[in-house]
Design a protein around this ligand. Sequence first.
Ligand code: ISL
Length: 573
Amino acid sequence: PEPTPWWREAVFYQVYPRSFRDADGDGVGDIRGIISKLDHLHDLGVDCVWLSPVFKSPNQDMGYDVSDYRDVNEEMGTLEDLDALIAGCHERGMRLILDLVVNHTSDQHEWFRKAVADPAGRYGGYYFMVEGDPDTPPNNWTSFFSGSGWSWIPEAKRWVLHLFADGQVDLNWDNSDVRDEVADIVSFWMQRGIDGFRLDVINYISKREGLPDGHPFIGDILEFTGVEHYFYGPRLHEFLRGLRRDGFTRRERPASTPRRRLPDGTLGDPLPPDMIGVMVGETPGIGMELGRLLSGYGRGEMDLIFNFDVLDNPGHTRWDSYRYKLYYLKRFYRAYDSHLAPNDWIAVFLDNHDNPRMLSKFGMGRERDPQVRTAIGKMLATIQLTMRGTPFLFQGQELAAINQEFSGVDELRDVESINRHDALMGRGMTPEAAWGQILAGSRDHSRVPMRWTRDGGFTDGTPWLVGTDDEPGFSAEEQVADPDSVYSWHKALIALRRQHRSLTIGALRWVHPHHKFYFAYIRSLGDEKFLIECNTSSKRRKRPHVGGRIVPVMGGPRRDVMEPWEATVSRIR
Ligand code: ISL
């Protein structure tokens, strides 16, 4: 049989570099800071780090607007620092993937500067630059960060398309020169020892020819007019296959390869060089069926994708303040499970840098009580780390990080929140209602600095974004020292996964699948069987019956009554 690809059994951990650890005291996290915390990640049991962008960038969208794909932004460090980070991960048996943001570049990228200087020349063809009347954009597409998706560039006398901020100009992937450039960037990093990429909004890269107007019925509902013309564009599959073929298949020996991690957690010899990097697609709006087409086993496109349907309950968006129901999450995973072929695989995630914390969406204020926070934090970790698929933790989840009590827009730094607030006020919304939306959905909730020590420990300077949570007991130093903490729970679960492959590649069978509060399933491989049980309700509940000889491994003893948010992992003998 074919060996299981490494990324199916791995635990990924997303680092948001601006907010992880600041080594030089300028208030912004940096690569040296990350290196100084690699042991934290290694002790937790992380197998692969995903680094949000560290490339040169004017930071209109905090690094998701890249002005040079082959160099590191000054505030983050140097190329040599990044090489040291790659080596530091590999020495510890961890891998490292970078964030490839190639649906668009920054308007400060030299390609765009040259395009503006000579729109009819080579680089003009890298973007969507359209002549016309400066008062009427070429179509009705809107930007995800409010307003029109087009900006008029007076120097070029042309419109330019940007699906995100005005400084994030969309690349024209129909141009084969653009595709070659991207493949070269990927090869450049693969050669330096990178183990793959997370590909930013990668399903948006193929736009429908002629850029037709978006349908108002779709635009009204989704708030994103035009999305049907690019979220699953005509040449998407062709472009992805081409990128895999031309960029992700290494031709020479990479500069460094990770060490083998043995089942008991110790390290063995360096692994033979991997010729193929992992491709993890960020694919907003892609549901289950299309997701299978983009990441299906053996299709030669992506290995894993993020399905954003998990982030909000049906009928709600990120901007609503509502209590997230885990029953919906269970329904989602059940449906997914029944749709996937045995070899298809998904990314399992609850938090990232674009969303408020799941612990708070589910807790809705109850998590301000430290005991509740701990219970919910452990329960969510249990689901995420034993579900079938590859878990992607976001920094701070292991510390039970929660949403922030920001006092107003002036405390926020995210372009999306700031633009949206302006737009809502401009539409005549009351200040309370506008702020209510922003406070519910702001991406800055998850972007506040990591709490390393009781009094912060992120920087010696003034942090670029303020965190308001100062609850004792939830810093890394305190969590690591406490055997009953959410951190220790994560660590134990990850260690258990490493010892028992039923928890990673094993089959999954739901137990009492339609039950409202009992979120339970059995993972099995050969004779090995684990029962995972969570009480997702805030009340004590009678434990539903499950047959067999059940021996608790984590969270026991297994009483007849389950405590609120109790999670147990047991062995079935
Ligand atoms: O926030 C959203 C829209 O309101 C999300 O759809 C988000 O923009 C989408 O998931 C894409 O996110 C990625 O690309 C963006 C960047 O701002 C995000 O940080 C990144 O994760 C543009 O590069």
